[in-house]
Design a binder for this molecule. Structure first.
Ligand SMILES: Cc1cc2nc3c(=O)[nH]c(=O)nc-3n(C[C@H](O)[C@H](O)[C@H](O)COP(=O)(O)O)c2cc1C
Length: 131
């Protein structure tokens, strides 16, 4: 099996707690069967998601996510084979986007358009270490 990592960000559409719960229910329902793990950083102005698992399952799930109407403007940041998982024990961890990443003004002005692969992977590694 080739282990694959994919990270994207998007703009939530109609964000509230029930909507977020619905996404997490979907993720925690499908991901175990697909051997996918990961984390979703979420706030009303940003989704940033890491998915790890078998390449073909990751690509299939990402194609569903792309056409999901609960968010807009999905932008791929990282797509690569990898050696190990950052979140081996999480079907999909949710993490409220904390202001120490970026504040709303930074998100609005497009800070994620210039983030490097290394920086974004670092963020997920920090979250994994803090739990
Ligand atoms: C931000 C976001 C993250 C999502 N994460 C996952 C996920 O990790 N795994 C998953 O199977 N579906 C995820 N979904 C839901 C999919 O888009 C889709 O609704 C779900 O896989 C069911 O698709 P189906 O009914 O076509 O089988 C996510 C959706 C959004 C908007």
């Amino acid at each position: 099996m080739q282990l694959y990592r994919l990270i994207y960000y998007s703009q939530p559409f109609g964000y509230d707690q029930p909507m977020l719960n619905g996404i997490l229910v979907d993720a925690r329902n499908y991901n175990p069967t697909n051997n996918i793990t990961g984390a979703l950083i979420c706030r009303e102005d940003i989704f940033l998601q890491l998915l790890e698992g078998p390449k073909e399952k990751i690509l299939l799930t990402y194609s569903k996510i792309l056409s999901d109407d609960r968010h807009l403007n999905v932008k791929l940041l990282v797509e690569t084979a990898c050696e190990s998982r950052i979140f081996p024990d999480w079907d999909m961890k949710d993490d409220p986007a904390k202001s120490w990443f970026w504040n709303r003004e930074q998100i609005k002005s497009g800070i994620l358009e210039t983030i490097s692969e290394k920086e974004v992977i670092n963020i997920f590694e920090k979250i994994a270490q803090s739990h």
